[in-house]
Design a binder for this molecule. Structure first.
Ligand code: ADQ
Length: 437
């Protein structure tokens, strides 16, 4: 979403996977134009999809970069296909590029993309932005291919991370494992190259989100839910159903609230919207079962004939509908165990009614917690602390809620999507052409 919005602003070529599978790898991408953007989309074969996307991206890099070594499967064949797909994609983009183009590569699926393009003789400036965390060196080095991937990152001219902490973990690895050097200006020398590493937190398009939250569609959805609440407070959780998002821990915190603060019983409804995600990966199937069991348990123990404490909804909604729910909710629980940034937290703040805003309970392990003010920050592993923060959020008076929201909104506006795009592209424009170290 953020990437597309940035490209709408600058115009340019969007190159990537079509989301479709083909019998054999297509010779060329399909090209079409919409507004200022030209799209060049290519299909994956089923084998590529399983090893590159389902395998290496989703079962190696995703768990590892979110500190879940226990869920990472180090399958050599997946890594081979990961490199092969990056090579094939680079070959397809090559004829569409000029040397004075600027290439901005996004996320962990495409780390070796610049290395592949350079091998094909491309001299354009290339930047990479990592949307997920970069783990601590001791975690990262458990991956057998840590050096190859780090060397591939060094092929970019600019490498961007979500937070200073991610940047620090990366430079720590560069210094201690690659024997590289990092200057105070963020210039890194390693693997025979010199490039810039920076932190550049992604944000949202604040005005768009505000407009969405008061759109007809948002208000219709919000109204339909409001009528079922019969005056109760709404607590909201919105995530992809992913083990990084801390959903079971969050449900346990809600259960603890009902147990230890019985005044909230019958006065609050928790709606957890979990969009289905990566449903072929076993850990996601297991997570879904766990969440369903927990919600059944909570409703069974605390529910009454005329009150269901928890609504767990396993589907995606349109962004407008979600923004309507955000505006209606007195509190949002955004409690990931580890998250690159977490845009839902920012969207929740932007969607609020300034006259009667809700309160954000935010995990310290979400990237945006590094700079957000006016929120209740929690450690999501500490279920008691989350329950207490939820209690506090539900009992703050209007003046306190307004004061907190103003601070939160100020930070969301400051770190918006335009700042993210400008910072990165200016760094890339200022970087040396193809800079060899
Ligand atoms: P995600 O892990 O997908 O993104 P997040 O940033 O929270 O996580 O959400 C991205 C978008 O998906 C948001 O606009 C949100 O509204 C939408 N979304 C979430 N749950 C939804 C649901 N149930 N139904 C419909 N839409 C839903 C990755 C990283 C993040 C990082 C982003 C952007 O994991 O840490 O913030 O990229 O860099």
């Amino acid at each position: 979403m953020g990437v597309l919005s940035a490209l709408r602003h600058t115009g340019g070529l969007w190159f990537g996977w079509s989301g479709e599978l083909a019998e054999v790898p297509p010779a060329e991408p399909r090209i079409f134009r919409t507004g200022r953007i030209t799209y060049a989309l290519t299909d994956l074969t089923r084998g590529e999809f399983e090893a590159f996307y389902g395998g290496f991206a989703n079962r190696v890099l995703w768990p590892l970069f979110h500190y879940r070594i226990d869920l990472a499967t180090y399958e050599h064949e997946w890594f081979r296909v990961y490199l092969e797909v990056n090579h094939r994609l680079a070959t397809q983009l090559r004829p569409l590029l000029d040397d004075d183009d600027v290439v901005w590569v996004h996320d962990y699926h495409l780390i070796p993309f610049a290395a592949e393009l350079r091998r094909l003789g491309v001299r354009a400036r290339m930047g990479f932005f990592l949307h997920i965390p970069f783990p601590a060196s001791e975690v990262y080095v458990t991956m057998p291919w840590h050096r190859q991937l780090a060397a591939a990152l060094c092929e970019y001219d600019v490498v961007g991370f979500q937070t200073d902490a991610d940047l620090r973990q990366f430079t720590d690895y560069v210094i201690h494992e690659l024997g590289g050097q990092v200057g105070p200006d963020g210039r890194v020398r390693a693997c025979g190259r010199e490039f810039l590493a920076l932190s550049d937190p992604i944000g949202i398009e604040v005005d768009d989100v505000r407009a969405m939250a008061v759109s007809g569609e948002a208000m219709r959805y919000a109204h339909r839910v409001a009528t079922t609440l019969t005056g109760r407070h709404l607590v909201l959780g919105v995530d992809r159903l992913d083990y990084t998002k801390g959903i079971p821990e969050r449900l346990r915190a809600f259960e603890l609230l009902l147990r230890e603060y019985p005044d909230h019983r019958r006065r609050v409804t928790f709606m957890q919207i979990s969009a289905p995600s990566r449903e072929t990966v076993p850990e996601y199937v297991e997570l879904r079962r766990e969440v369903e069991l927990l919600s059944g348990h909570i409703n069974g123990v605390y529910g009454e004939a005329d009150w269901v404490p928890l609504r767990h909804i396993n589907r995606a909604y349109s962004r407008r509908a979600l923004m309507g729910f955000c505006r209606l909710a007195r509190c949002a629980l955004v409690t990931p165990l580890r998250d690159g940034m977490n845009l839902v937290a920012l969207e929740y703040v932007a969607a609020q009614d300034p006259e009667d805003p809700g309160v954000l309970v935010l995990s310290r392990f979400a990237g945006c917690a590094r700079y957000m003010r006016g929120i209740l920050q929690v450690n999501p592993y500490d279920v008691r602390q989350v329950a207490e923060a939820l209690h506090r959020a539900l009992t703050l008076n209007l003046a306190e809620r307004r004061r907190m929201w103003e601070q939160a909104m100020e930070t969301v506006q400051h770190y918006d999507i335009h700042r993210w795009r400008r910072t990165f592209l200016e760094a890339l424009a200022g970087s040396a052409l193809g800079g060899d170290g």
